[in-house]
Design a protein around this ligand. Structure first.
Ligand SMILES: [Zn+2]
Length: 398
């Protein structure tokens, strides 16, 4: 069927582009080995990409010496062939990056917002404004962009671009990819923000070159992304891993999902604020900018020695450590990264987290799985969102 043939052609094209983007440069024979495509298919796909200007030929590495036969020719992406934008939406901030076709960062900017429980049309306008700010800083016109990748917290189907629930919108399911595409007048790809943080760590961060890695993100909620066999794993329904809603304490703290004992109910921003509010006034939980400022203050007081705050974070660290040990016991990843704005509290939760990790990880894995806490910036996540466009877009292909 023609549709199936188009899908196969598209998939082959993406495999070749991804292999070139990750390796930098490759000969056709290496591309065939890496992608698993036949040499004839690689020749056909690369001929098309060369013809369209997305790929260029360059002298193969180590070509200085005299060689017999035809000279080795490598292929590489033309960095200027396209530009894309990546957007990370969090409740208090929208971050935008612009990258070239090779995934290299050209610029980053951000604006402060109150993006909680807003109509999706309003959020689309905020993203539009943030994108315009980033384009102005680069002296670029919107027409120069091929597409926009957008990372959103919540239950987001990365395949269809439908948000089933997000704290950004409140209740309700929305086809946000269609809505953002209409507002921005550009093709938009939407995914769960933790997936994009994972892609960013895998392509540009600590996980570069790893086949199997997990990334856990602590923000307003607790998210997770998985790279298995070198590719982002989304599960059968496209929604991905809801590590934050795995249960650690039966009948424990109430989670915003409506159930009890979830990891998120101890670790997320709102959970920390709820605990602090038992002994003093804190920020209005519905004002994300106030929440962001209050958490910074709470963390500073904890680091200065306030025992009540230290106890809250120690319990959060213990819950996180048990959850991470469960992940290691199930998946046996090469690397586990903990990132997100909440990782700035690492000095408060890390000792209890490490203790619980050591006590609950199976002995065969305990010393073999590095668990790294990173203070990755929103720009890194937005960079992951740009990478999403690069891997998902057909770039002119039918
Ligand atoms: Zn939950």
């Amino acid at each position: 069927m023609p549709t199936d043939l188009n899908q196969i052609a598209l998939s082959n094209r993406r495999k070749v582009l991804d292999a070139l983007r990750i390796s930098g440069r490759m000969a056709r024979v290496e591309l065939a080995e890496t992608t698993g495509l036949s040499p004839a298919t690689v020749t056909a796909v690369t001929a098309e990409l060369l013809n369209e200007g997305f790929v260029e030929a360059c002298a193969g590495e180590g070509d200085g010496a005299a060689r017999r036969g035809r000279p080795k020719v490598d292929l590489r992406l033309r960095p200027d062939a396209a530009r894309v934008a990546g957007v990370k939406i969090s409740l208090h901030r929208i971050s935008v990056t612009i990258t070239n076709f090779a995934g290299e960062l050209l610029g980053a900017s951000e604006i402060s917002v109150r993006a909680n429980h807003q109509p999706p049309e309003r959020i689309a306008q905020m993203v539009d404004e943030a994108l315009e700010t980033a384009l102005r800083a680069q002296e670029m016109s919107r027409n120069a962009l091929h597409g926009v990748g957008i990372g959103l917290p919540g239950f987001v189907d990365g395949e269809t671009g439908v948000s089933h629930w997000s704290p950004v919108f409140g209740e309700g399911a929305y086809d946000v990819a269609a809505l953002f595409s209409k507002q921005l007048q550009l093709p938009c790809f939407v995914d769960n923000d933790a997936n994009l943080a994972t892609v960013a760590e895998h392509w540009f961060g600590r996980g570069k070159g790893r086949g199997d890695m997990l990334a856990v993100t602590i923000e307003h909620g607790v998210g997770m992304g998985m790279v298995i066999g070198g590719r982002l794993y989304r599960g059968a329904h496209g929604i991905g891993a809801e590590f934050g809603h795995t249960k650690i304490r039966p009948g424990g703290a109430l989670c915003r999902c409506g159930q009890r004992g979830c990891i998120e109910a101890y670790l997320a921003d709102y959970a920390i604020l709820r605990e602090v509010s038992t002994f003093r006034r804190t920020a209005d939980p519905f004002d994300p900018l106030a929440v962001h400022a209050a958490l910074a203050e709470i963390q500073a007081e904890g680091m200065a020695g306030d025992p009540r705050i230290r106890a809250i974070y120690a319990r959060a660290g213990e819950i996180l450590g048990i959850g991470l040990a469960n992940l290691i016991n199930i998946f046996g990843p090469e690397l586990l990264v903990v990132s997100g704005a909440g990782s700035s509290a690492a000095p408060l939760f890390e000792p209890a987290m490490r203790e619980a990790l050591a006590a609950n990880t199976l002995s065969a894995a305990v010393d073999r799985t590095p668990v790294e806490i990173t203070q990755s910036s929103d720009a890194l996540w937005a960079h992951g969102a740009a990478a999403l466009v690069l891997t998902r877009s057909a770039f002119g292909s039918a």
